[in-house]
Design a protein. Structure first.
Ligand SMILES: Nc1ncnc2c1ncn2[C@@H]1O[C@H](COP(=O)(O)OP(=O)(O)O)[C@@H](O)[C@H]1O
Ligand SMILES: [Mg+2]
Length: 445
């Protein structure tokens, strides 16, 4: 978030954080105060919604321990929960401003103004927001987040002045669409800095509070120059010879070709030739099936080659979370494991599951960019029957391999074609056959 705001919220800004129920307004506000405390900036949190004990307990679960800062006096929590009249709420505000002055606060939060503005008229609410909060806080030179409730389906908070009286406006939404909860963040305005021009996704994560996902920057990986040479399987080698490290390879298979087996074959050919780490991620199979396929296909490779390979299996159900979150979890795992090779089977599931092609593109492009940067050679399998009526994003990848079942033979044979920008040696169309011992050979015409 700081990176996207070109360094963060400018000091002295008073920001409106408006969001739907459960969107994470309190979490974001608490994180803002907490990061200040960790940097030695005193903070004051005025809450009309939670008791101090509840706040401390919930934030501790999310990884923010405020107790040390309460003890050393740099953090104050003012409880306005009991205030049911406008007068009582004003008393809380006076105490809040006194505390800000007394401890020399640098960051402040009011959570939320909806609780007070509902006690008065629209006009009273406008005056309160303008005079007491925004103008009232100016002399203290604090940076503040003012929280407001956003009814589900609404775009504005409803005082009619939030767009211009605040120095910045951040909208947090957590809403169901197509049966999936999606969290999105928009920075509508931020005086004194640039704003991200895209809607951002975020998560609430134990141990981390709020985590905003930023797009990946395109950089030279510095790794793509290294050229892989031979794999121990001559037929596979004819397809992939000269493949650069960090290449993103699309494997399109027809419905008579098992996509997992093709992905595993490609991944094993590389990891068995050069050693290193292979991560196999399946979106539909269980680990025992993946292991079984690995065992079957490993038989095609010389035993001497298999020892130095580390193979990790990751099976994920792509229907239980929004695609952006799945994509980011995949990225986190890859950053942690740093595999040399990655097999993803099948990507066509993700394409089908995404609410829109735009959403699929956005997350998928970001993951491809990161894998190129990290030099992770990746094989993505697509079942072409599933994607026929969709636009297949072939141009995203560096190399495309098409595999079709060839009929009219006693053996199991497949037509294979490889092409692409990073494919220096076009092998021409090949016919691969598999004998009963799972040995693979090229049938010469
Ligand atoms: N440990 C946690 N891990 C993941 N999500 C959490 C955790 N604790 C709370 N949440 C989620 O955070 C949301 C509440 O965040 P909160 O900041 O209180 O929202 P708001 O103030 O906008 O109503 C809830 O949807 C809840 O499910
Ligand atoms: Mg809240």
């Amino acid at each position: 978030m700081d990176e996207l705001l070109n360094g963060g919220i400018p000091r002295g800004n008073i920001i409106l954080v408006a969001g739907t129920p459960g969107a994470g307004k309190t979490t974001m506000a608490a994180k803002f105060i907490y990061e200040g405390l960790r940097r030695g900036e005193p903070g004051v949190y005025l809450s009309f919604l939670e008791s101090k004990a509840d706040f401390l307990k919930f934030m501790k679960l999310l990884g923010m321990d405020f107790e040390p800062y309460l003890r050393n006096g740099t953090f104050r929590f003012i409880e306005g929960l009991q205030s049911t009249t406008f007068e009582a709420a004003r008393e809380n505000l006076i105490e809040f401003l006194d505390t800000v002055a007394r401890i020399g606060a640098k960051r402040v939060v009011i959570d939320s103004i909806t609780a007070i503005t509902q006690m008065t008229t629209l006009r009273g609410a406008r005056e309160l927001v303008k005079n007491a909060l925004v103008l009232g806080l100016r002399p203290y030179e604090v940076t503040g987040l003012i929280v407001a409730e956003l009814p589900i389906g609404y775009e504005i908070v409803g005082y009619g002045l939030e767009e211009f009286i605040f120095d910045g406006v951040i909208i947090l939404k957590s809403e169901f669409s197509n049966g999936i909860l999606r969290r999105t963040l928009q920075v509508r305005k931020m005086r004194g800095t640039v704003i991200p021009e895209i809607e951002l996704h975020y998560d609430i994560v134990a141990g981390d509070g709020i985590r905003v996902y930023a797009p990946v920057r395109i950089e030279d990986s510095g790794k793509s120059k290294e050229v892989r040479t031979v794999t121990p399987l001559e037929p596979v080698d004819r397809v992939f010879r000269g493949l650069r490290r960090g290449s993103q390879v699309l494997l399109i298979v027809d419905k008579y070709v098992p996509s997992l087996a093709v992905g595993v074959l490609a991944g094993l050919a590389f990891v068995y030739s050069s050693g290193g780490k292979l991560l196999i991620r399946s979106f539909s199979k269980s680990p025992d099936i993946v292991r079984h396929v690995i065992d079957l296909i490993s038989n095609a490779f010389p035993t001497s080659k298999r020892a130095s390979a580390e193979i990790i299996i990751e099976c994920l159900n792509p229907t239980q979370e929004p695609l952006y979150r799945l994509a980011h979890r995949a990225r986190d795992n890859e950053l942690k494991l740093r595999p040399d090779y990655l097999v993803i089977d099948p990507v066509s599931h993700l394409l089908k599951l995404s609410g829109s092609l735009h959403e699929f593109y956005r997350d998928h492009i970001n993951n491809i960019l990161m894998r190129r940067k990290l030099g992770i050679t990746t094989f993505y399998s697509y079942a072409d029957a599933e994607v026929r009526d969709l636009e297949l994003p072939v141009e995203l990848y560096d190399v495309t391999v098409r595999i079709r079942r060839k009929w009219g033979k006693a053996k199991r044979c497949y037509d294979v074609e490889a092409y692409g920008i990073l494919k220096p040696v076009p092998p021409g169309p090949l016919t691969f056959c598999i004998d009963p011992e799972w040995r693979l050979f090229v049938e010469e015409e």
